[in-house]
Design a protein. Sequence first.
Length: 603
Amino acid sequence: MSRLTELLSFNEGETVASYCSRLAAACGYRHARSFANDLGFRFQDLAVGVDEEVRKFATVLEVSADDLSSGIILSEEQFYVIAGEHFTRSHLHRQRLRFCPLCTRNDEHTRDGRRGHRAFGRADWLIWANRACPIHEVELKTSAHDRSPVFTHDFAANLAAESDEMNAHISSLRTMRPDTLQQYIQARMSGARVSPWLDSFPIYVATTLCDLVGGLERHGLKFTSSQLDQAELSDCASAGFEILHGSESNFREFIRKKSQNFFNGRSYYGGGSLFGRLYEKLAHESIDPSFNPIRKIMLDEVLSVVPLGPGDDFFGPVTHRRLHSLQTAHKNYGVHPKRLLKSLVNAGLVSEDQAQNTPGRILVEADLMKSFVEKSVSCINSSEAMEQLGTSFNTLKLLTANGFFSVVGGKKNMIAEPRYDPHELDAFLKSLRARVTQAANPNLVPMRLAAQVARVSFIELIVLILDAELPSVGWEESKIGLSAIRVDPDELVARVRPRDDLLSLRTIETKMHTSYYVTQALIHEHRIRSATRRNPITGRPQTVVTQDDFAEFCSTYQSLQNIAKDRITTMAKCRKLFVKLGIAPAFTAANMAFYRRSDVPAH
């Protein structure tokens, strides 16, 4: 061990440059560079961790180079490495003295070595994100002196230049506690792991991201760090760390939230208009690939909110699309935006509220928009649909309204000109053609005429044909579509004519001496078999029951009301008797009990 090490000891947390600087000052040198030159090494290279110069310095001190390793700040291409963590040059403050006045004062009272040279420079003071002294909880001071480059890294010489102002520095100190980002940095540099997701990035990426996210959260898109003091920058860092320290999902949620700014404006939706400085930093001020995972997450979330696609730029050319706007669909497919909007509203793909947005902010999933537009372009108008079906406009509307085929873009309000899928129309005609049983002949007539004769609606006739309810269906080869179909009017009349053995529900009420509600319950619960037939007078569907089905029900069951009537007594007395005899109702319909006739005793 040399006399130099006896003069001053190397402190925990001190930089090697600070130690060399203090030794130089203690030996009476004006600056550390001349001290190093006299001892055979270069101070500048020592300050940036050049291995050979560190070994030369260690030799002078008669110690092992490993004894100095904790204080080495290594220059590695565009980075500085401290305690194994990488910082960019902009993340360290090495050109001017940065220090805690209270720490330097206490060093002189509590440290060993020659008086006047005990205060030492901490590596933590060099890190920009460390804005407060964790011991005294005050803001770190940065020297206002713009000294000659010969004093760069020379802690002792620079501190001596502050001696006349030290009392003023101490009296002007502002209280400031280490923010959560600073606490994270200190824990990480000591080897602790407190945030797995942030720990996966170099420390300069984590600190940059926290600063930018916090600034964006607290000050919005126009946030710039140059306009804020250290206290507010500290608050921004804490805000960013609180958002990000949990997991990647926290950052994704933040990006999704900020992406909603897209809907608040009417101008171009570039990255800067969505994320301000956060985007500008990653897109234009840094090409560092260590930020690529951040860029990828931001693009991934933005594509789920904003209609970016090929031709747009977001951290470079966008290669795929997830959302189409009315504007981008018009640009890609050439379809008129107003007509497309009407069709999308009709189809329920865009709500009427959404339709009030600007064309660039009316959004539909890209694949859905593509298939919708392609189908819409291939469709035909009403005139072409009438020609393909061989029918009139009123019949076309009637068939559409009854769901035999649909209008492309939906049926709501018909605010757009109706368009039809020709393949769907063709499928409808093929289904009718499949029911043809013979060629046209004089006994078969057009559908309109047959429907008038049988007093059925045109739609009812279509349904009967599709359900194969008519034995004789012909096709006139010289005609097109529906006009080619021929049916037998006599068969149609026989099919829709009411049968003599059918009973209406009103008739059943009368015969059973019961109420409307009981009869309805018997039908709905399928206690009595029923069917639906067309009423010959009104033409409306009517529920009917055959006499055989009604007779079968009545021979099996009897209501409590009718049992009491037959016994010339009250329902209460009958119920009391049946309970006493252990006879339970077979079922109850609309609060009316029905018993099996076989269970009821004779009078």
